[in-house]
Design a binder for this molecule. Sequence first.
Ligand SMILES: Cc1ncc(C[n+]2csc(CCOP(=O)(O)OP(=O)(O)O)c2C)c(N)n1
Ligand code: SF4
Ligand SMILES: [Mg+2]
Length: 318
Amino acid sequence: MKEKDLSTKERKKEKIRSNLENSTEEINDNWKDVNETYAEKTWCSGCSNFAILAATKKALTELAKEGNIKLKNIVVVVGIGCHAKIYDYLELSSYYALHGRVLPSLLGIKLGNPELIPIGFAGDGDTYAEGMNHFIHSCKRNVNIKLFVHNNKVFALTTGQVTPTSEKGFIGSTTPFGNYEKPLNPILIALVSGATFVARAYALDVEHLAKIMKEAILHKGFAFIDILQPCITYHNTISYFSQRIYKLEDVAHNQKSFEDAMKKALEWDYSLSQDAKIPIGIFYKVEKETFEDTLPWSKEPFWKIERKFKKEIIEEFR
Ligand SMILES: Cc1ncc(C[n+]2csc(CCOP(=O)(O)OP(=O)(O)O)c2C)c(N)n1
Ligand code: SF4
Ligand SMILES: [Mg+2]
């Protein structure tokens, strides 16, 4: 990269940093278009990740306007994959994690400073393959962090391989005769692992997705949304989903009932069968004690804790 390009990029990053630092009650009603940010546009034209970006901006702007959050307290964490470019297009404090390690990064941020609102954007490969152990334990722990999975049922950035949610028969770049395995159902896994907020959304229904994101951010505990995100290049599921999706709000569904949530979760097995009906919305939402509530030392930011106490901890682990 040329020196001139680098300094322009650095200058823009510096501006974003100082905007964030100087703002206290700021409300960002004027997000930059992807092409105006310092980062190169790498998403394919028409990718449904643009819709997730739009929903995120809408949800955060509305929450800030309603006085429910301060944008300076949001920390975005992303994995490695196409989804992760959302990091570059949101002008917020952010952190690029390793592939599969979005959740432990969110946990560390929350425990280090409970005033922050850590939001993870991860891939289906990222979360349900490499990161599956973290997923199960995060559901079980109920830390107040948010996980939004861009589930395109494919490893997209690496040009189209099978992930745990790819359907049987999917022809990917390393499965020319079709995937031999059945997909797993992340909604079911989240429920049986103890998650307190479990939802599914469709990337191309921006209004609905933004509404669920807002509820997830306000939920006190671990909030998980599996976002069906058609990858138009390696796994185009737009017409399949558009014909089969329905909203849980439109039928009698009790979000507080674990049994009802399980029943609805079992309605679709992530295969692409012709007769499928795919519920989207909040399957389950209950309040329970969070992980950080159980830790006496996690009530205030670590940096505010007495120097002496820090010294004692360091001595303990020396
Ligand atoms: C530890 C590790 N394993 C594998 C990779 C290679 N890798 C990078 S992106 C990627 C696929 C990402 O797929 P997904 O998480 O579904 O995100 P998408 O690109 O579909 O948004 C893989 C396998 C990596 N970077 N690091
Ligand atoms: S490869 Fe798929 S997920 Fe990645 S940017 Fe293109 S359309 Fe989007
Ligand atoms: Mg993927």
